[in-house]
Design a protein around this ligand. Structure first.
Ligand code: IMP
Length: 195
């Protein structure tokens, strides 16, 4: 464990007040992994005929998308999609499209950029939606992957870290819109998933 890892106590009023969160990944570990992913993806897509389109999944992937895109050594374009499936700390089981992409992705190389894959419902929805527009290629990168709860048949092509089934915040990930701007990633206690 890096010496820069600290724990975090939830201070805002509500069901989580007073809880201690464990630091899973420090800012340094996050940035080092982002660079590795960026190098690998740049290498894999270096022969694309046109710049690959990175499709960030709002809101959580905002910082990962920005860091990944700037760390890549090839030219890319960006777009965003917004979906909703989470309520507090649990998946509702259905995915709703809130904002669609505006880019034409037919015949283009597309990379979906996700912050975290949990049940895999969102990624299934996004893959199917992108594939219906016949891209030249479609890949998924997720920074975090809760492998033990994922029901995905096809795993993301690129994974930052596999994590246990704990609710996490920081580096774009929120709890009811809070804690997104934390530079490290923190996990709630394993028995503290609440409806
Ligand atoms: P899935 O559809 O169950 O894979 O959930 C994916 C989405 O749920 C992510 O893009 C996040 O917005 C949200 N999510 C899942 N797990 C967490 C978590 O531990 N912290 C914060 N958001 C999460």
């Amino acid at each position: 464990m890096s010496s820069s890892k600290k724990n975090l106590i939830i201070d805002h009023e509500g069901p989580f007040q007073g809880q201690k969160l464990d630091c899973l990944f420090s800012e340094q570990e996050i940035q080092a992994r982002v660079k590795e992913l960026a190098d690998q993806i740049s290498h894999d897509l270096e022969n694309a005929k046109k710049p690959p389109i990175l499709v960030g999944v709002l809101n959580g992937s905002l910082f990962f998308m920005a860091d990944l895109m700037r760390a890549m050594s090839i030219e890319t374009e960006m777009d965003f999609i917004k979906i909703s499936s989470y309520h507090h700390t649990s998946s509702t089981g259905t995915v709703r499209l809130v904002k669609d992409i505006s880019a034409q992705i037919t015949d283009r190389d597309v990379l979906i950029v996700e912050d975290i894959v949990d049940t895999g419902l969102s990624i299934n929805f996004l893959r199917n939606r992108m594939l219906s527009n016949a891209p030249h290629s479609l890949r998924v990168v997720t920074f975090l992957y809760k492998k033990e709860v994922s029901q995905l048949k096809k795993e993301p092509e690129y994974i930052g870290f596999v994590i246990p089934n704990r609710f996490v915040v920081g580096y774009g990930l929120d709890l009811d819109q809070k804690y997104r701007t934390l530079r490290d990633i923190y996990a709630f206690a394993p028995d503290n998933k609440q409806e």
